[in-house]
Design a protein around this ligand. Structure first.
Ligand SMILES: [Zn+2]
Length: 305
């Protein structure tokens, strides 16, 4: 539906252009010129008809694609992967990597926990408490018990709602904490990842251009911390990379970084992330990285400087 809007003006423009061209052609003095002009005109109309048909088909395909991938639409915006961390820093030696999983828990969280346990690797989970994942919330307790870090992401993950105002954002976080309270000590929840990242621009249209700046300052005022990422698996994008694709995305981003904060997702739609995880861990190991949680990374960076 959205995509039809820009197409129709273009269509009209095409007709106007072609009429103008006819208008510009000289007054025909001979019959052959008239026939030639008519053939030209028919040809133009045919081309135009096919172009319009092609456009309509493309719109139809786009609409079907959008509907099919709607569950990704609000998961993470395209500029997620370009929101490079301001807070990650790259000064720590030796090489450190934080695997982070956003938007869960979900049916894919348990298999992820099993791989992490097998590989003896800690990770950080930035969790949500939406209606669709409510039944998996008890997994938050398991995540913490297995030595991983549970951190805040959002209750609803709806940009239009949470980025309406700072009040709306903190109300959402309050809802999230209330939903998590039965499973984890709230005192341990001091880390936050903003949906879309701290440099997202989608929030500007709802809460103005300074909303992220305000939210970051308010997070710090609460004595909490926020973190983005500097390596992205792109596993929740509409491109749907397979396990090999996710690994390649990570390898490309991680090149030359001594500290990696890797963005992955444990939603029900990211089964390929589970498939990719053993290879991802294996690759970071081969490259000489040590795994840690976000909290541990911050501690190491503070003590290491
Ligand atoms: Zn997210």
């Amino acid at each position: 539906m959205l995509k039809t809007h820009p197409v129709f003006p273009g269509e009209r423009q095409g007709v106007i252009l072609s009429t103008r061209r006819i208008g510009y052609s000289k007054t025909p003095r001979e019959g052959s010129t008239i026939r030639y002009n008519r053939r030209q005109e028919e040809l133009r109309q045919n081309v135009l008809a096919w172009a319009v048909l092609g456009l309509l088909l493309a719109i139809l395909a786009a609409v079907i694609h959008l509907l099919y991938h709607q569950e990704f639409a609000d998961a993470d915006i395209p500029n997620d992967c370009f929101a490079v961390a301001a807070a990650t820093g790259e000064t720590a030696v030796p090489k450190l990597v934080c695997l982070t999983f956003d938007d869960g828990p979900s049916p894919n969280t348990q298999p992820i926990l099993e791989i992490l346990a097998q590989e003896k690797v800690p990770a950080t989970f930035f969790v949500c408490a939406q209606d669709i994942n409510r039944e998996y919330l008890p997994l938050v307790r398991t995540i913490a018990q297995q030595g991983h870090q549970v951190a805040m992401h959002s209750a609803t993950h709806r940009y239009a709602k949470i980025y309406q105002s700072p009040d709306a954002f903190w109300q959402d976080i309050k809802t999230l904490r209330q939903a998590l309270e039965p499973y984890i000590s709230l005192d341990t929840l001091t880390w936050l990842r903003f949906p879309g990242g701290s440099t997202n621009t989608v929030s500007h249209k709802y809460g103005g251009s300074s909303i992220m700046k305000e939210l970051k300052a308010q997070t710090e005022e609460k004595g909490w911390h926020w973190i983005d990422w500097n390596v992205c698996g792109e596993d929740a994008t509409a491109a749907h990379p397979d396990a090999d694709g996710i690994l390649r995305n990570i390898q490309e981003d991680a090149r030359d970084l001594s500290t990696c904060v890797v963005l992955l997702h444990d939603t029900k739609a990211t089964g390929q992330t589970v498939q990719a995880l053993p290879q991802i861990i294996g690759w970071f190991r081969e490259e000489g990285y040590t795994f840690c949680t976000v909290e541990q990374l911050a501690e190491l960076q503070t003590t290491g400087e």
